[in-house]
Design a protein around this ligand. Structure first.
Ligand SMILES: [Fe+2]
Ligand SMILES: [Fe+2]
Length: 194
């Protein structure tokens, strides 16, 4: 599907606030792609589709995951909201006809992050965190960093996410911890001129 067709489909299916969020993530992703020389069309599509499975809850979420042949991990079963990212990638492919592996990976990684994220992965992860509707304390700093130093912004977004999960008594996903650690090591190595 083309962007406009996806937009109309999601406008009809998602709750208005969720649809606005997807549209704003897409627009933020396009701006970051322009800033950091990433593929603008891939950013636009990954952004609009990243939460295409987010309206599914409870039994319906698990049923849809099973329908698409997805077997949720133990952690995903304990924290079902995590399922919408990998399931979103499957739905983007099967239902919206997106075959580009980079777009699908960015959707799959948008909630937890991962070690060694691509430029597109980072742009979608960050756009989800800083789109204009987000107003948590500290978002402005991440927004400013996103145009100055992309990796430093992703690191701060990871740290914010980890602190948020811990403060709410949630389970940390190992990909978030690995993503944060690997990025921190890369940043330290580049600061040391290695
Ligand atoms: Fe999401
Ligand atoms: Fe989102």
């Amino acid at each position: 599907m083309e962007y406009n067709e996806i937009l109309v489909t999601l406008a009809n299916e998602l709750r208005p606030a969720r649809f606005r969020h997807c549209r704003d993530v897409s627009q933020t992703a396009v701006r970051l792609a322009e800033r950091w020389d990433a593929d603008i069309e891939k950013a636009r599509i990954a952004g609009i589709l990243h939460d295409c499975a987010r309206n599914l809850k409870g039994e319906e979420l698990l049923k849809t995951a099973r329908h698409y042949g997805m077997i949720p991990s133990g952690l995903e079963l304990l924290q079902p909201a995590l399922i919408h990212a990998p399931l979103g990638a499957i739905i983007a492919e099967r239902r919206f006809g997106i075959s580009d592996p980079q777009i699908l990976q960015a959707i799959r990684r948008h909630t937890t992050g991962a070690a060694r994220m691509t430029l597109l992965d980072k742009i979608i992860y960050l756009s989800d965190c800083i789109e204009p509707g987000r107003n948590f304390s500290g978002v402005r700093k991440i927004r400013d960093l996103a145009v100055e130093n992309l990796d430093a912004a992703v690191l701060l977004a990871y740290e914010h996410s980890i602190l948020f999960v811990v403060a709410n008594g949630g389970l940390l996903h190992p990909n978030t911890v690995e993503g944060r650690n690997s990025l921190l090591m890369e940043l330290k190595a580049s600061r040391n001129g290695k």
